[in-house]
Design a protein around this ligand. Structure first.
Ligand code: TXA
Ligand code: MG
Length: 325
């Protein structure tokens, strides 16, 4: 199949028509690009799994344009559902709730819960509204690899496998939404993101648990977000980065480089952002990893952010990306 390159906003109606016809369209959200299909159309949803090479056990996030659009998909939405959406939606948070019978098993991988979110990107909202249906969308990458933050990233992996990509420029947040499970009446973070446990605790007056050892989010286990080139993570000090590159001796390396740090002896320095600029680091993280991967070096070397919020979310992604295959 030929993948159409569509431009936001002018081509939103064409993209919406493809979704209505049961096709696949990659589109920008504030976090990363998603690979969208009509969330209530079983055949359309199955095509997402095929195009991504995604295990059928890994459920999808359903994107709506409003609370009213999501309500019928949720079995008895409670105060937590409304409170969290009121506070953080549209925005980078996904809620796991008990699903209603409207949501097909294909979308939730057979679970009795469904993941829902309201993206804040105007292209995403425009597409959902124009299609007139909720849109199921995982990140628009081949399963196991880094999420795409530009339309070109999507094409690099999915050209010829999907109907269209709707180009709306780079994604401003750059890292996937926070996933919080409220299906049992407690708040449990399954995946860290820009909305932190503290923000959720403050908004709800409830305690928030972090995901424990055995993940309940099927897609957060094992290797993920990975580069083809092996990744070495260092402590968050310029000297640690410089020393690690020295240790590699004759092997080639690309450093994911905080632009306010001294350069190392590595062959390549891929610009990241200033080390204290959490939002800038998150926005560039996946693009920098992809650029480094394309350099075909022996190693990618990257300092590992420590701290809270986005830094903790980046740390989580980088540690998973490093998992030995
Ligand atoms: O920011 C985002 O969340 C992006 C954009 C496109 O919205 N989407 C995204 O989707 O990252 P995906 O499929 O790559 O990651 C969704 C995560 C997976 O780890 C999946 O296992 C988990 O959410 N998930 C989905 N439905 C779930 C459910 N019912 N119970 C537990 N985890 C669920
Ligand atoms: Mg993903």
């Amino acid at each position: 199949m030929t993948t159409l390159r569509l431009k936001a906003m002018e081509d939103v109606p064409q993209a919406a028509e493809i979704i209505r016809q049961g096709g696949l369209v990659a589109f920008p959200t504030e976090t990363v690009y998603g690979l969208g299909a009509d969330a209530l159309n079983r055949e359309a949803v199955l095509k997402i799994f095929e195009a991504k090479g995604r295990p059928p056990t890994n459920p999808l996030i359903v994107h709506g344009a409003s609370v009213e659009q999501l309500e019928p998909l949720v079995q008895s939405p409670g105060p937590l559902f409304y409170r969290i959406l009121e506070q953080f939606a549209p925005g980078p948070v996904t809620l796991i709730v008990k699903k209603s019978d409207l949501v097909p098993d294909e979308t939730t991988a057979g679970l009795d819960t469904v993941a829902v979110r309201i993206p804040s990107h105007r292209v995403a909202i425009g597409l959902i509204q124009s299609a007139g249906c909720a849109i199921a969308a995982p990140s628009a990458n081949r399963s196991g690899f880094a999420s795409p933050t530009t339309a070109q990233h999507v094409l690099d992996e999915l050209d010829g496998l999907i109907d269209a990509v709707l180009d709306g420029g780079p994604c401003p947040v750059g890292i996937e939404s926070t996933v919080v499970d409220i299906s049992d009446g407690h708040l449990t973070i399954l995946r860290e993101g820009a909305i932190t446990d503290e923000m959720l605790a403050e908004a709800t007056g409830r305690s928030v648990t972090a995901r424990q050892g055995s993940p309940r989010s099927p897609g957060t286990s094992g290797r993920h977000y990975s580069t083809k080139t092996p990744l070495i993570l260092t402590e968050e000090r310029p000297e640690a980065l410089i020393d690690k590159v020295e240790e590699l001796k004759s092997q080639t390396a690309a450093v994911i480089w905080p632009i306010d740090w001294p350069k190392t002896n590595a062959e390549h320095h891929v610009e990241w952002a200033e080390w204290k600029d959490d939002a800038g680091l998150a926005e560039r993280l996946y693009a920098a990893l992809r650029e480094a991967d394309a350099l075909e070096v022996d190693w990618i070397v990257c300092p590992l952010p420590d701290g809270r919020g986005l830094r903790s979310a980046m740390r989580d992604r980088l540690l998973r990306a490093q998992t030995i295959r």
